[in-house]
Write a protein that binds this ligand. Structure first.
Ligand SMILES: [Zn+2]
Length: 323
């Protein structure tokens, strides 16, 4: 029977599972709703039975599992702390519970760190040693990989870049602070800013693009900005200015080889990156910022599950990361 590894990405709304052979060939994929209201025990039961089906169908025997989960983590103990979108998971021993169900060693990691590792191993970060990954989505998540390793820091808090202060006295953030990076540059922030300006009666084609203000998304604003709508263009450019400040600070601090941007806001590609790069270069004085690649992520919504596969593989690999 062939040996395989599993990557499991547990999100607030969806769970993705992938199997790879020990030689790196993807052999099975599943994507299904989390049903967060079920709580951790039943959700992990669903995951375990799905993994058993997948190994039976592919006639493989699992040797290692990587698991990604939102929230902050105690990586050493495999415990999740305070995942906002998974009620009942606080202090839940995710890694041990999966090991007990499937009889295979499991490694737990924060979902944003795994997305970073996924891009580093399989996507836009391949070939680099040092990258910073940002996901610009409903919030902003981040992961820092240096010398090929995820940087964890005290309390595994490294890479929580969404909560750097970028604008003192800026909008109130879900974390309790004001003017965090994600209150200015996440998809939620872009939509909110457009809604605020529309509510003041400013004209915009956005009103023709959606039937209700709740339907405004960052993609709607990006597409209106692309059509040269004044309101949308100003909201979009203001976001890019703050994004350049945040990324500029990260580059000044870390001097990575590449900054990889994923998530829905980054899906606009060069519409975001082309004006962003020179604004970053203006801000960064002590690092040769032109040599830092600013790239769009290439794995789209799959970077988390790719990262989970990468960490499962690392757990059983004896090869050095770099030679
Ligand atoms: Zn915050």
């Amino acid at each position: 029977m062939n040996e395989a590894i599993a990557g499991i990405d547990i999100g607030g709304t969806k769970i993705a599972i992938a199997l790879e052979t020990i030689h790196g060939e993807r052999i099975s994929d599943r994507l299904f709703p989390t049903h967060a209201e079920l709580g951790p025990e039943l959700i992990l039961d669903n995951i375990a039975s799905t993994v058993r089906e997948m190994t039976a169908e592919t006639q493989t025997r699992l040797v290692s599992i990587g698991v990604g989960c939102p929230g902050s983590h105690d990586i050493e103990r495999g415990i999740v702390l305070l995942p906002f979108n998974l009620p009942g998971w606080h202090q839940f021993p995710v890694a041990r519970s999966i090991e007990e169900r499937l009889g295979v060693p499991a490694v737990l990691e924060n979902d944003a760190n795994l997305a970073a590792l996924g891009e580093f191993t399989y996507g836009a970060g391949r070939g680099f040693r040092d990258i910073v990954y940002l996901t610009l989505s409903t919030g902003i998540g981040g992961g820092i990989i240096f010398n090929g390793e995820i940087v964890h820091g005290v309390g595994c808090g490294a890479g929580e870049v969404g909560h750097m202060t970028v604008l003192p006295d800026g909008p109130l953030c879900s974390c309790g602070n004001y003017g965090c990076f994600e209150t200015l540059c996440s998809g939620t922030a872009i939509a909110r800013r457009a809604r605020e300006r529309l509510a003041k009666g400013e004209p915009s084609i956005i009103e023709l693009m959606v039937s209700r203000p709740e339907d405004i998304t960052a993609q709607v604003v990006a597409s209106a900005a692309h059509s040269d709508d004044k309101l949308a263009r100003e909201v979009w450019n203001e976001m890019i200015r703050f994004l350049a400040i945040g990324i500029g600070n990260l580059i000044t601090m870390l001097a990575p080889e590449a900054v990889i941007l994923g998530g829905g806001v980054a899906a606009s590609g060069e519409q975001l990156l082309a004006p962003l790069r020179p604004l970053i270069w203006q801000r960064v004085r002590m690092v040769p910022a032109e040599r830092v690649e600013i790239r769009q992520a290439t794995l789209s919504g799959e970077s988390g599950v790719y990262g989970a596969l990468a960490i499962a593989r690392r757990a059983i690999s004896t090869k050095p990361l770099f030679v």
